[in-house]
Design a protein around this ligand. Sequence first.
Ligand SMILES: Nc1nc2c(ncn2[C@@H]2O[C@H](COP(=O)(O)OP(=O)(O)O)[C@@H](O)[C@H]2O)c(=O)[nH]1
Ligand SMILES: [Mg+2]
Length: 391
Amino acid sequence: MQTKTYVAPTKLEALLKIREEHGADAVILSERTVQKGRWLGKKPMVEIVVGIREAESDAKPTPRPAPKVEPKGIEEYDPNQARLRKLEREVQEIRALVQTMHAYIMHGEASPTQANLAAERPLIAATMDEHPLLRPLLQAGITLEMAQELLRRVPRIPHNAAVDTLRRTLVAKIPIGGVLLRESRARQVAALVGPTGVGKTTTIAKLAAIHALDYNRKVALLSLDTYRIGAIQQLRTYAELMKLPLHIAATADEVQEGLDLFADYDLVLIDTVGRGQRDEAHLREMHESLQSVRGAVYLTLSATADTATLLDAAQRFQLFEPSAIILTKLDEAARVGNCVSLALEAGLPLAYFTTGQRVPEDICHADAKTLAHRVISELAPSVASGNGVEV
Ligand SMILES: Nc1nc2c(ncn2[C@@H]2O[C@H](COP(=O)(O)OP(=O)(O)O)[C@@H](O)[C@H]2O)c(=O)[nH]1
Ligand SMILES: [Mg+2]
């Protein structure tokens, strides 16, 4: 296999160039950021090395058979993996429970040294009325009910064990899943719903770029603009750049028309244009227009919103029966306890996290460990480091 290196200011430009020159014959081997230019003119550029399959030497770019080497990109969804993860979570939950019981037994039996006692006195004082981690969790944006539920099996002392058990409980409880398949026999359809400005269109552009350019799938875009608000230029620009067909629909019939038009596509991504989530009539109309859509519905919400706003939005968009949540703007969120509360209260798995404006780099599969780790690290420093809780 021949290799070739592409350097461009953005990943999207590099992918477009590769696609234009080699179609489906190029397989991404590596990807990194390099500094190009001299002295003060140095700029970060994206460097992608591709392997070009032999068959290409005498032929034009072939339509798009699946590449032999797994292309880089977003991790694929595999039902077996999902089952495995569920089992893993259950094992973690059991392990957390065993450790909790162990900590209780140890604490009851051991006679603590004077030093230990002194260090744990504030904790012991706190146990009189509330769990020492309750307040920090509330401050992190987790609702009272959820915090109490999370702490049900978390020991109060010793502190390190408490923080550790909390971390494990979070990992076990945060539901994860529902990402798009990387390849599928049947056409996939996915709609993004959510309040205005959360990042739906940007996320659609990221998913479209990954599936069309990285995974070589046939991707089409549909924009549901019920009130013909006309905020479609952004998506149109991406569609033109990536040479993807875009259908604009304002009614249920027009949505159906678009779906018929894209019958032989691998993936149809549906963007929705909102007028603000407070407009119930608009939400109902949008919902009606999407009636014929059989596929995933992603509730898209910004991690920068507070817990009450997130829960309120989840309730308003419940009529769309979302299958999973996309959390956007995690890069801008001051704290993520709100996201944990959302996932737990809405009972929906988290599918994707988005972490910036770059298309397509700033998106990844949601991950409970990352979120749990962030929640813990965002608790008051004395709590997170295990040095005791101020009460
Ligand atoms: N910081 C940050 N900004 C984002 C992210 N996703 C989208 N945005 C920005 O949020 C703004 C609104 O995004 P847009 O896709 O138009 O939102 P929509 O109204 O839901 O379609 C734009 O300026 C995006 O660049 C993200 O993950 N992080
Ligand atoms: Mg939009």
